[in-house]
Design a protein around this ligand. Structure first.
Ligand SMILES: [Zn+2]
Length: 316
């Protein structure tokens, strides 16, 4: 069995919506309850996340944006930049601690206190760009973790596998011209789903051309289409890129029961994807996987998929 770090903090529950909203603290309550009852947290390496250093956040986000976010929270604004991205007075601190959670997972894996990590953090991150919050995301947790690994642990090449059903436009933009971070996203086709990016021809720019790979899925696609894409599109790209660490932007909203999208992935699809990523990590990067929670809004499928995901990370 592998050592998998469990990253969670009760303060993640403090960021709560001032109006009806799918991205709520109850998501993490359901996840911790479920994994606890399944006896899985007892079998993981419990790591308490810490607030990040300024430099680690500033490696991704502009100082002006951080100031704007902090001011908006202090002032009592209900949203930031767009109607769907809410704030309360805790949101700035919780967003920092969420990014800090991704860093803590990366640190545990880089320093060898764990082989892998699952970061049960929120708010999610993959829509957040250097100077913008959107799509329920305030700070880009996965991007911060990637930059942290490069700056503090001498990691060269990082692969981000983003299987949230929405395209991670923030992550793509951050690394668009950066050949050291390969961004792969599988998501519902942008014609049908927010945020409207992630078409096949978006492949990176300049020096980063070829290290962005988008696999848009038609509505109704499920386990079979995902499997084919992982085997025929992701795997050859990973063989060429040869990452030193794999980060997963692990959203579970491609599940057939999720209310926010139109895909038909089941528990078995998430089992396959996790197993496939673990196999690639075992082959290319000493098994190092840092999984970072993104979306997933239907409690029953969210928790059952995460249980499977964690069991596969454990290779029990
Ligand atoms: Zn999503």
């Amino acid at each position: 069995m592998k050592r998998v770090a469990w990253i969670y903090h009760p303060d993640y529950l403090l960021h709560s919506p001032p109006f009806e909203h799918p991205e709520s603290p109850e998501r993490l309550v359901a996840i911790t309850d479920h994994l606890g009852k399944a006896g899985l947290i007892d079998r993981m390496v419990v790591v308490t996340p810490e607030y990040p250093e300024d430099t680690d956040i500033l490696s991704v986000h502009d100082r002006d944006y951080l100031n704007r976010l902090e001011t908006a929270c202090r002032r009592g604004d209900l949203t930031l930049d767009s109607e769907d991205t809410y704030l309360n007075r805790h949101s700035f601190n919780v967003a920092l601690l969420s990014a800090g959670g991704a860093i803590s997972g990366a640190k545990a894996v880089a320093e060898g206190t764990a082989d892998r990590a699952f970061c049960a953090i929120r708010p999610p991150g993959h829509h957040a760009g250097p100077d913008v919050g959107m799509g329920f995301c305030l700070l880009n947790n996965a991007a911060v973790a990637a930059r942290y690994l490069q700056a503090r642990h001498g990691v060269g090449k990082v692969l981000i596998v983003d299987w949230d059903v929405h395209h991670g436009n923030g992550t793509q933009n951050i690394f668009l011209e950066d050949p050291s971070v390969f961004y792969f996203s599988i998501h519902e086709h942008p014609t049908f789903l927010y945020p409207g990016t992630g078409r096949r021809w978006e492949i990176g720019k300049g020096k980063g051309e070829g290290t962005t790979l988008n696999a848009p899925m038609a509505p109704g696609a499920g386990d079979a289409e995902y499997r084919t894409t992982f085997e025929q599109t992701l795997e050859p790209a990973v063989e060429r890129f040869r990452p030193e660490v794999i980060l997963v932007s692990a959203g579970f909203d491609a599940h057939r029961d999720d209310p926010l999208a139109d895909l038909m992935v089941t528990e078995e699809g998430f089992r396959f994807m996790t197993r496939h990523v673990v196999a690639l990590a075992n082959k290319f990067c000493g098994g190092k996987v840092v999984s970072i929670l993104e979306g997933g809004y239907e409690p029953s499928s969210l928790t059952s998929c995460i249980e499977i995901h964690v069991r596969e990370l454990l290779e029990e």
